[in-house]
Design a binder for this molecule. Structure first.
Ligand SMILES: Cc1cc2nc3c(=O)[nH]c(=O)nc-3n(C[C@H](O)[C@H](O)[C@H](O)COP(=O)(O)OP(=O)(O)OC[C@H]3O[C@@H](n4cnc5c(N)ncnc54)[C@H](O)[C@@H]3O)c2cc1C
Length: 343
């Protein structure tokens, strides 16, 4: 029998962050991940945007979660010898005079927004109402996740929750025993035997990878968002749909993204790939974190919604302090708020 402290199921950004903090605390972790393509973490471009909405409101707990995210990604880059975290200007191209004025009105409220000192992208973008700068970042998940995978005790297979034995000492699965198992399964959560009753409001996102002579390291945003990738292409997305038949890319959403591109770009582009995946969102758009009320050997780390890159480092750190030091979880992410559904 092989002995671990924790079995984790799922190596998206959630499982990656949880295993990082557990291993940093000296715990032995065994990761199960089936390596399937088309998951949220294998599709997202990893934008971290401090503000959202027509009033440019600061994201929930941003002043806490962003510094921790920066520190965590920098530490992982140093440890893994990779470059995956990029602080970037988000060049917001205004769709109307109203948005330009709303930005100007919101400017004094946050240090994350600036009026541009000089025009940019004049040869490549249509910007009749001008643009504003938001200080953001992006995480190249397709660099980070495979690099971290090399540092894990890993089984590349589908974990069959029905074959898990819960014992007084912990959990047993095949030839492995551990004190606990934590499911970081993303959108597979509704079929989990212990957490399937938690309400989920998943939504689908589609994006294109395009080639265009934009020659910029800025993130560009107008309806859709363009994120520079390492090979000179740009990730262009994403759409949101709550009503969808399956996870496959659709002609309708491709046409929607291409219409936005035609309105924004002065230069031609070609489409190199069409991506789609489902975002794992809970009903209140806050992470779902904690151990089961009746089976304290079984836990969940999920519900990152559309903000996995900024939320997962902070939520994972909180969870590990809770597991190892019995520090209470912040109530907004603690699954206690849904215990009635689980008992
Ligand atoms: C189009 C799109 C764009 C997005 N853009 C952004 C963005 O710009 N910024 C941002 O922060 N977030 C973005 N998101 C959201 C972000 O992708 C998610 O918040 C995040 O990836 C969720 O990560 P996760 O690890 O919880 O789930 P997932 O990424 O779904 O990972 C779950 C993992 O578990 C594995 N798994 C599941 N069940 C099993 C099992 N039984 N056995 C073995 N393995 C299993 C899966 O294969 C997968 O690897 C976007 C999402 C989409 C779809």
């Amino acid at each position: 029998m092989q002995m671990y402290d924790y079995m984790l199921v799922g190596q998206g950004i959630s499982g990656t962050m949880l295993s990082w903090f557990l291993q940093k605390a000296g715990k032995r972790v065994l990761m199960y991940d089936d390596a399937r393509p088309g998951t949220a973490s294998r599709t997202a471009s990893g934008i971290i945007n401090p503000v959202s909405g027509r009033k440019f409101e600061l994201a929930w707990l941003y002043e806490t979660i962003y510094p921790l995210a920066v520190r965590t990604y920098r530490e992982m880059e140093a440890e893994l010898g990779i470059s995956c975290f990029h602080e970037r200007d988000i060049w917001n191209v205004w769709p109307s005079a109203q948005m330009r004025d709303a930005f100007a009105a919101a400017l004094p409220a946050t240090p994350y927004m600036q009026q541009p000192e000089a025009p940019r992208h004049e040869a490549t973008l249509h910007q009749p109402f001008g643009a504003g700068i938001v200080k953001g970042a992006n995480v190249q998940l397709n660099t980070l996740l495979p690099a971290w995978r090399q540092r894990l005790h890993l089984r590349t297979e589908r974990f069959n929750a029905a074959a898990l034995n819960i014992t007084e000492q912990g959990v047993r699965y095949g030839d492995v025993s551990a004190a606990a198992v934590i499911f970081c399964e993303g959108v597979d959560s509704p079929s989990n035997p212990w957490f399937g009753k938690l309400k989920f409001l998943p939504n689908k996102g589609e994006a294109l990878v395009i080639r265009a002579a934009l020659h910029t390291r800025d993130i560009i945003k107008k309806g859709i968002t363009l994120v520079p990738l390492e090979d000179g292409t740009y990730w262009a997305g994403a759409t949101f749909s709550w009503d969808y038949a399956d996870a496959a890319p659709t002609a309708e959403k491709r046409a929607e993204i291409e219409e936005s591109l035609r309105q924004l770009l002065k230069v031609p582009y070609t489409v190199e790939a069409h991506l789609s995946a489902i975002r794992p969102s809970g009903p209140d758009r806050r992470p779902l974190v904690g151990m089961h009320p009746r089976f304290p050997q079984v836990g969940i780390f999920n519900g990152m919604g559309s903000k996995g890159c900024s939320l997962a480092p902070w939520a994972a750190e909180q969870f590990v302090r809770h597991l190892l030091e019995a520090t209470p979880l912040p109530p907004e992410i603690d699954i206690k708020r849904y215990f009635n559904a689980l008992r």
